[in-house]
Design a protein around this ligand. Structure first.
Ligand code: AMP
Ligand code: MG
Length: 361
């Protein structure tokens, strides 16, 4: 609750920045959003409608411009609440919680789509993205906040339940069941990207030409800014000082970041974060501290930010080489080397030195 009020305070004073975060979760910012926060309280721009919502454990801001902006933003807020109620593992009435409790069932069209995309990602990423990670998330206490380091024995036995190839999913009937008792799924690695993608659909249906959403640091921009210039999206830094890795100029893209610093706990001087390597059951430690994916497909961007964080730099570059028409990426390694793929290099500005990853490397 304290954190919630701190966030409200931050928002009221236009300080939607990482420096306002406390403890183990982190909020982020775009410079475009900072402008939005200011003008939503001062109504400098008559055309702009902006709304804040607390959902999916984070603070979200949806903004649209133009005559249909109010309708679009209201529909976006309803959509966020609808998806949160459907997908939240923590809410025992949610569809996902019911599926987990019953070991299967019939899925709604949204959940069915997300399971299908997640299973494709599981295949494409050699298992780095695996929604059957939920029992392991529970064992570490990430689902309850009662953090604990599970024994190796516990992890080994739960790893036998962590295997998306053991999900039986029928796309035609939208039914799902699990081959092993105790398997549970978690769409937390992909749900926010899907939510921002759905908001883009709503903006399109409402005839909006310019809009932006920031779902706890995961940003998706619709069109350009009203004046026709590109959105400037600040890429969050793992540092607690509110600094950025750089600023990306873009339009019609999702810009989604995964990092171990976003949610973690500390014990005996060690840090344990929430992105789990499904091959070990431990928080992924493969040399990356931040992965940002830039893609027209918000769902893909979110799924890949988690996956490539698990894979580590070399495999991430290999994956990008095979899929460079679908996304670009910004990687920060433990040694603090910043890499940017060539597709966005000319749109990225940073005070830090960065290396450009070219195709075929
Ligand atoms: P993100 O912030 O998008 O990287 O998502 C992190 C969330 O995804 C975690 O809080 C878990 O709910 C879930 N998760 C953790 N590890 C994995 C994994 N290897 N594959 C799929 N989802 C994961
Ligand atoms: Mg993700």
């Amino acid at each position: 609750m304290k954190k919630f009020f701190l966030m409200v305070f931050c928002i009221m004073f236009g300080l939607f920045i990482s420096g306002c975060s406390s403890g183990s979760t982190k909020q982020t910012n775009t410079d475009a959003m900072r402008q939005t926060e200011k003008s939503s309280t001062s109504s400098e721009n008559q055309d702009e409608v902006s709304r804040q919502i607390f959902a999916m454990d984070t603070y979200m801001t949806v903004t649209a411009y133009g005559s249909a902006a109010q309708e679009a933003v209201d529909k976006a807020a309803n959509e966020i609440e609808r998806l949160d109620a459907l997908l939240s593992t923590g809410d025992e009435l949610s569809e996902i919680a019911q599926i987990n409790q019953n070991g299967g069932g019939t899925l709604s069209s949204d959940t069915s789509y997300l399971v299908e995309r997640s299973m494709e990602l599981y295949e494409d990423t050699d298992g780095a993205f695996d929604i059957t990670i939920y029992p392991i998330m529970e064992a570490w206490g990430f689902t309850s906040g009662n953090y604990t380091i599970p024994s190796e024995e516990t992890l080994q036995s739960l790893l036998s339940l962590t295997d998306s190839s053991q999900i039986k999913f029928n796309k035609e009937t939208s039914t799902i069941s699990f081959e092993k008792e105790g398997m549970k799924i978690d769409l937390g690695g992909i749900a926010k990207g899907y939510t921002s993608a759905r908001i883009m659909d709503i903006y399109r249906e409402c005839g909006i030409e310019s809009g932006i959403v920031n779902l706890g640091g995961n940003v998706q921009v619709f069109g350009t800014k009203e004046d026709g210039s590109q959105w400037r999206v600040a890429i969050q830094s793992p540092e607690e000082d509110g600094s950025y890795l750089g600023v990306l100029s873009t339009q019609d893209r999702a810009v989604i970041t995964s990092g171990g610093y976003e949610r973690y706990f500390e014990e005996d001087g060690n840090t344990y974060h929430h992105i789990i390597d499904p091959s070990t059951g431990h928080p992924a430690e493969n040399g990356l501290i931040s992965v940002t994916i830039i893609s027209a497909d918000g769902t893909l961007a979110d799924g890949l930010s988690t996956s490539l964080f698990v894979m580590g730099k070399d495999k991430a570059v290999e994956y990008w080489n095979a899929h460079s028409d679908e996304f670009d990426m910004i990687l920060l390694t433990e040694e603090k080397t910043l890499y940017v793929t060539e597709g966005i290099a000319s749109q990225f500005r940073s005070e830090l030195e960065f290396q450009i990853i070219e195709k075929g490397e």
